[in-house]
Design a protein around this ligand. Structure first.
Ligand code: ACM
Length: 545
């Protein structure tokens, strides 16, 4: 306890000494950037941002230049414009530099008279802009708008840096999804995994199957609290109809918004399980032909797609519309939590097992997923699925998303398959953030503190150097059974996402919890500037958990 109190007081002292705005730069440590850059050298002097500051770039970098002009104008409340006229004096310039080796790498040089952000690609330049935005003092008067001189060289550790959002258990507006994407961009995350279909709601317009949204996007009511999700009649319901979906126009708008921020959107269309809403809309896709209703409870449901030609035709039609909307190379096909009881009891499913020479229902799931993979490969796409897709044999080109711990990811990497790590213990941001739940909003359970997230190492030590190359990176998941508002989503991801961003971007050997905690205090100024809700108690980190 004594040790805890001591750490706490040192921490409080440190936080009050280190200005939130990092205007006093005495050493490299005072540049409070998250995720920590690969290398940073302190220089003397400072660049003054004023009404004459202009962003200069060639027209290929217009998107990034406009983004930077808007960002600077918002922070400084001045009109900072983009010009491609080549006038360099007193300006901020964006430049492509082919000598930078990493596709997402950048260099940022701040001198008293100029700022240069260079990258091998526009993506690298975009990340340089994010770093620059953290060096600008927030909430200062105009004469103090200075950026400390520095030279930064930076590139990410992992190529996949993801965040997921479940919009099916609860629906979130287009406007909030864009804000979510902005939060990801600010943290140099490059993938948004959009969980669009579930038992409790189908959220993407599919023109060929209008009932998916007219019926499948709405449920008659929702279970209250941690009700008994296994027994329909023992749970309490709110009696309020609930639903919503994204039109294809809205989806295009979000994908374009993400693309401008160098974020790939991976859509998830769940199969063969978590498909009750679709089977409610089209009962012929199920194993019993019964008319079900869209899920009103949480958990895992027995209703899964029948392995019929009609189902495959349906899924291929749906995926044809999906690939037209999403340029992502990876398409998420779910694969998790598909109980086999309906296939065990279905004469038709048993005949398919016999016809295809399969051993059991697990091999039938593998057959199902391999057919979907073949189809998506024919469209130039690859599948990614939860680690249950290992059951009964992994589809040849699949990427595995390891959520039930790291076991599935390790197995897949040893089979030379790409892997994204997202183990529940470290990466489930629907879990509680502290042991003390008294003042916390209701969550699904578990406990993952910001320190737990920061301690996560995505590359398991069980892998050889060659096998480790299959670990593309990591992502965190935000399941929304108990999260109903945008403010609550923000509360669950901040500051845990900030910790994850350093795990997936920065060098492993630079990971330093005490140093991170100090920098975390600074980034809250950015949270405030962007009007973000965050778990403030998570910043009082050394209190006994
Ligand atoms: C999962 O959490 N069911 C992937």
């Amino acid at each position: 306890m004594k040790q805890i109190l001591l750490t706490l007081s040192i921490f409080i002292l440190l936080s009050s000494c280190s200005s939130k705005y990092a205007t006093v730069i005495n050493s490299e440590k005072d540049y409070q950037i998250i995720p920590k850059p690969t290398s940073l050298q302190m220089k003397t002097g400072k660049f003054l941002l004023d009404g004459n500051t202009k962003v200069i770039a060639v027209s290929e970098l217009e998107n990034e230049a406009e983004y930077l002009s808007n960002l600077l104008s918002n922070i400084t409340k001045k009109n900072i414009v983009f010009q491609n006229d080549g006038s360099k004096k007193g300006n901020i310039s964006l430049q492509i530099d082919p000598s930078i080796t990493n596709q997402e790498g950048y260099n940022l040089v701040v001198n008293y008279n100029e700022i240069i952000i260079s990258g091998k690609t526009a993506t690298g330049i975009f990340y340089g802009i994010q770093t620059l935005s953290q060096l600008i003092p927030i909430g200062k008067t105009s004469s103090e708008l200075t950026i400390p001189a520095t030279q930064i060289k930076d590139s990410p550790r992992y190529v996949y840096r993801g965040m997921h959002l479940d919009v099916a258990r609860h629906f979130f507006s287009t406007e909030f999804v864009k804000k979510y994407i902005d939060i990801l961009a600010m943290h140099k995350m490059n993938t948004f995994h959009w969980h669009l279909t579930e038992d409790q709601g189908w959220r993407i317009e599919i023109k060929k199957y209008p009932k998916l949204t007219s019926i499948g996007a709405f449920r008659k009511e929702t279970i209250v609290g941690h009700g008994n999700t296994w027994n329909k009649n023992e749970a309490q319901y709110d009696g309020k109809p609930y639903g919503g979906f994204y039109t294809q126009e809205e989806i295009k708008e979000i994908v374009a918004y993400a693309t401008e921020r160098h974020i790939t959107v991976i859509p998830e269309i769940e199969l063969p399980g978590h498909s009750l809403a679709a089977i409610t809309a089209y009962p012929e896709l199920g194993n019993t032909g019964e008319q079900y209703e869209v899920g009103t409870r949480w958990g895992v449901f027995p209703e899964i797609y029948a392995p019929s030609e009609q189902t495959f035709k349906f899924l291929e039609d749906v995926l044809t519309e999906v690939v037209a909307l999403f340029p992502s190379k990876l398409i998420h096909i779910g694969g998790d939590e598909a109980p086999k009881v309906q296939w065990e009891n279905s004469k038709f499913a048993q005949e398919v097992i016999k016809r295809e020479g399969l051993k059991d229902e697990h091999e039938l799931q593998s057959y199902f997923i391999k057919r979907i993979e073949t189809f998506l490969n024919s469209k130039g796409r690859q599948i990614i699925g939860w680690d249950e897709i290992l059951e009964g044999g992994l589809a040849p080109n699949a990427t595995v998303m390891s959520w039930r711990g790291e076991k599935g990811g390790i197995e897949a990497a040893k089979l030379n398959h790409n892997v994204v790590m997202t183990p529940t213990q470290f990466c489930y941001f629907d879990f509680y953030q502290t042991k003390n739940r008294e003042n916390e909003p209701l969550a699904i359970g578990g406990k993952t503190t910001v320190e737990d997230v920061y301690s996560y190492e995505p590359t398991p030590k069980e892998l050889t150097v060659d096998e480790a190359k299959y670990i593309l990176g990591a992502q965190a998941n935000v399941w929304t059974e108990y999260i109903t508002t945008p403010e609550h989503v923000e509360y669950m991801i901040l500051p845990r996402l900030t910790a994850l961003s350093e795990v997936v971007w920065s060098k492993k050997e630079d990971r330093d919890w005490n140093d991170f905690k100090t920098r975390l205090q600074h980034i809250t100024a950015l949270y405030d500037a962007h009007n973000l809700n965050y778990a403030k108690h998570s910043l009082d980190i050394t209190i006994e958990e």
